[in-house]
Design a protein around this ligand. Structure first.
Ligand code: BTN
Length: 271
């Protein structure tokens, strides 16, 4: 591996997130590692990052695969000043941070597909998995970013629906640089939440959202619904107006975009 991750290059002295960084060559899931650390007293902002995961997981029980040394696979222990009862808002805020980082650092027109897919041109570049402790004492924020994967390194089943920063920009990226950019944006967006400015974060999400104002089909554990997306609630739930006019809130599920924006709808690549 030519750019192996080393803690000294990732640590963020004096910052709230990333003051302590643990690097693993191989692990099961960094979310599990971070949870164990949180349970044994790790400080707010501690990061576990791995070159490879054997049991990386995504939302809704799916798995998250990446070949060694090509991605950012990391988890952050969040213990302080966060709306822990609203773990969905942590996911939303992290999506804003990752999309902004891909835009600012890499010049990629990244958008967000609810709740946690950071995408460009309909292809997923990054995913977010926030998991709360049963007693809500902490939240583990797991982030996977496809950085230097070539198309042929993407698993066959996601080759048409996933991408990487390398594929989009046609160049290799220093993963430590991408990590620092994501962490800076995370710190910025979480300090907004801490100051009680959740509305600004939700507005930013709407500006980056691929689904705002779109006709969608939502597949949830409770059934499938269609309607147009009207917004997002402060617990991260997606708000949908059904054809009969009723508004409903969806907490978990998959969104499939089936139609364009209604007149007056917001543009996904907005501010
Ligand atoms: C998703 O899009 O479904 C979420 C994917 C989250 C993947 C990251 S990789 C680092 C962390 N550890 C895990 O096991 N999952 C998250």
């Amino acid at each position: 591996m030519d750019d192996a991750l080393v803690a000294e290059a990732l640590v963020r002295p004096g910052c709230r997130l990333g003051r302590e960084v643990i690097v693993k060559r191989l692990t099961g899931s960094t979310n599990d590692d971070a949870r164990a650390l949180a349970e044994s007293g790790a400080a707010h902002g501690t990061v576990v990052i791995a070159e490879r995961q054997e049991r990386g997981r995504g939302r809704l029980g799916r798995s998250w695969h990446s070949p060694e040394g090509r991605s950012l696979l990391f988890s952050v222990v969040l213990k302080e000043d966060l709306p822990r009862e609203k773990v969905g808002l942590v996911t939303i805020a992290a999506g804003v941070a990752v999309a902004r980082s891909l835009r600012d650092l890499c010049g990629i027109e990244a958008g967000i597909k609810w709740p946690n897919d950071v995408r460009v041109n309909g292809r997923k570049l990054a995913g977010i998995l926030a998991e709360a402790a049963p007693g809500m004492e902490y939240v583990i924020l797991g982030i996977g970013v496809n950085v230097n994967l070539k198309k042929e390194e993407l698993a066959a089943e996601i080759r048409d629906t996933a991408s990487s920063i390398l594929i989009e920009t046609e160049k290799n990226w220093d993963r430590a640089r991408v990590f620092h950019s994501v962490m800076e944006h995370l710190e910025r967006v979480f300090s907004k939440l801490e100051r009680g400015e959740a509305d600004a974060v939700l507005d930013a999400w709407c500006g980056l959202s691929e689904v705002m104002g779109r006709q969608v089909r939502v597949e949830t554990p409770q059934g499938t619904f269609t309607g147009s997306v009207t917004g997002i609630r402060d617990d991260g739930a997606l708000l949908i107006r059904e054809p009969e006019g009723a508004e409903m809130a969806v907490m978990a599920g998959d969104v499939i975009i089936i139609g364009g924006r209604e007149k007056g709808g917001q543009d996904a690549s907005g501010p």
